[in-house]
Design a binder for this molecule. Structure first.
Ligand SMILES: [Zn+2]
Ligand SMILES: [Zn+2]
Ligand SMILES: [Zn+2]
Ligand SMILES: [Zn+2]
Ligand SMILES: [Zn+2]
Length: 561
């Protein structure tokens, strides 16, 4: 068993893994899956946005790059436009130096896109989104595509009119929910599928008009899992006063206690075959994958839609035969890339789109046969690429994702800080930069949280002109008009927490993206127990020290309605 070169933990490489690595012609990894994920994530600044100017048109913009640290940043219209050419930054390979060092210089020199999205080309009015494509009127949505009229979502694909969701797909009018599929009008729900107008639901399937309920199948008009007539349900619902912030907070607390007492299924796998991981929908033969729809023959994938034959890719849709990359959307054989969309046979590149046969390039569009942004003919390209790979084998770079020194971000600006939090000293010791002052605003509030009416019924559109202060962290935030309209429509009170604190609360409802091998905890008298408790085993995201009662599929099915 190999030992991780970074954390010294042993990890496994199976025969199937070796076959995959041979197929794409890369050596087996020297880091464990967790350390590989950490190394990729320092290339994603999902949540720290700075004010600055476009270095081409001089317009004031918002960007993931701190103007005090990173230069050459273009607004999205300029970056996607024809007003510049990445080939002007072309350079020769220098055989006396490591590849990553030369690549880092190119990365710093080539103009960078302010926020990684396709606004102005495929998306409309989605300027403030990150890792985002094919949308309309989306605001602060991260790692998503096919989103319309929605705000503050993460990993939500094919959704409309939705606020504050994580991993909610193919749904409409959803509020503050996680891991839901094909649902409509649901609020504060978790792991619900095919549901309509449910509030505070956990693992509901095919239900409508249920509140504070868990583990129900094809039910309606239930509260605390108790069925009512339609009329009685409406009366009970009114008594709960869900238009009020105080009542909602109390319900949230009680519901969290309620679902802790009911058994949990070991993983949220929907219509999956031969797959391990969590929050998987329609996945086949995929292992150690999390938050995915429509995967086939994949491993170590986190967040995505429709990947095939891929390992180690993060936040991506439609990649095939890709490896160790960030967002190789709709790409084929992308290896060690960051945001390369609709590309084929591309390696060690950043923000190259619609390209083919590209190695070590930055910011290229529709190019082919380039190395360090320099154009070659097909034969010269193949020969030089082969020589550079030999050079990288000697320097120990070949088969490794970019080293910490390559990223333009500070460790604590990126998603890596969420995945694997470090102190400043630890990050610096590992070769990362540290950002002392993350962008945030406080002390500018025009309204205190006590002055916001408790019920949404008493709030008017004027709330959108106010600056609010978070009850948890004190930071300022605003409610935008579109968001206000959704709250009104769903009768949801104005949130008293800032966007980030809301995100963190929701995020805590998603289990870690790690698996533990455990035994079913069921002690009921089920046929297959043969006397004692259930002996079934499984791979689960519930670590052994957690309080939930975790059941195997069979026992869980026996306990739900
Ligand atoms: Zn490791
Ligand atoms: Zn511009
Ligand atoms: Zn806050
Ligand atoms: Zn069991
Ligand atoms: Zn059982």
């Amino acid at each position: 068993m190999p030992t991780c070169k970074n954390c010294n933990h042993p990890f496994t490489i199976t025969d199937a893994d070796k076959t995959f690595y041979a197929r794409i012609n890369v050596p087996a990894p020297t880091l464990c899956p967790d350390c590989r994920e950490q190394r990729r994530l320092v290339f994603r600044n999902e949540r720290n946005y700075y004010r600055r100017q476009c270095d081409l048109c001089q317009k004031n913009i918002i960007s993931v790059y701190d103007p005090a640290v990173t230069s050459n940043v273009y607004c999205n219209a300029c970056w996607w436009g024809d007003g510049w050419d990445a080939k002007n930054y072309a350079r020769e390979f220098d055989w006396s130096r490591p590849f990553f060092e030369q690549y880092r210089e190119l990365l710093a020199a080539v103009p960078k896109i302010a926020m990684m999205n396709d606004n102005g080309s495929q998306s409309v009015n989605c300027e403030y989104t990150y890792d985002f494509a094919f949308g309309k009127n989306a605001y602060m949505v991260v790692a998503a595509w096919r989103v319309e009229d929605s705000m503050y979502g993460l990993q939500t694909n094919w959704v409309k009119d939705s606020v504050d969701n994580i991993n909610v797909n193919h749904s409409e009018l959803m509020y503050e929910s996680v891991a839901c599929e094909e649902s409509y009008g649901c609020q504060q729900c978790q792991q619900c599928q095919g549901c309509r107008d449910c509030i505070f639901g956990y693992d509901l399937r095919g239900c409508h008009d249920c509140i504070l309920s868990s583990g129900l199948r094809n039910q309606a008009y239930c509260i605390w899992n108790k069925p009512y007539s339609k009329e009685a349900y409406e009366q009970e619902k009114a008594k709960l006063g869900l238009d009020s912030w105080a009542s909602r907070e109390a319900c949230k607390q009680r519901f969290a206690e309620f679902i802790l007492k009911t058994p949990r299924k070991y993983a949220n796998l929907l219509k999956c075959q031969d797959s391990t991981g969590d929050n998987l929908v329609r996945c086949k033969n995929s292992q150690y994958c999390f938050v995915q729809t429509g995967l086939q023959d994949c491993k170590f994938m986190i967040h995505g839609d429709g990947a095939k034959d891929c390992y180690d890719c993060r936040d991506t849709g439609g990649p095939e035969l890709c490896y160790d990359s960030i967002t190789p959307d709709n790409s084929y054989q992308a290896l060690f890339v960051v945001f390369c969309w609709k590309s084929q046979y591309v390696a060690y590149s950043d923000n190259c789109h619609g390209v083919k046969n590209i190695f070590g390039c930055v910011g290229m569009k529709k190019a082919h046969h380039c190395i360090l942004n320099k154009q070659y003919d097909e034969f010269a390209y193949e020969a030089l690429k082969g020589k550079i790979i030999e050079h990288m084998q000697k320097t120990g770079e070949w088969g490794q994702f970019f080293s910490p020194a390559v990223t333009l971000f500070a460790y604590n600006e990126t998603a890596a800080q969420e995945w694997s939090p470090l102190t400043k000293e630890q990050a610096v010791a590992l070769g990362y930069r540290w950002q002392e002052a993350l962008p945030e605003l406080s002390g500018k509030e025009t309204l205190t949280s006590n002055d916001i009416p408790d019920s949404i019924n008493q709030v008017t559109e004027n709330i959108c002109n106010e600056v609010l202060a978070c009850v948890d962290c004190g930071k300022n935030y605003k409610v935008i008009k579109q968001e206000y309209e959704i709250y009104k429509k769903l009768s949801v009170p104005i949130p008293r927490r800032c966007v980030l604190c809301r995100y963190q609360q929701r995020s805590a409802l998603m289990n870690p993206k790690k698996l533990w091998h455990r035994q079913c905890m069921c002690q009921e008298q089920h046929d297959w127990h043969q006397g004692g408790g259930c002996k079934n085993e499984f791979e689960t995201t519930y670590s052994p020290d957690r309080p939930e009662r975790v059941y195997c599929e069979e026992c869980y099915q026996k306990e739900i309605y």
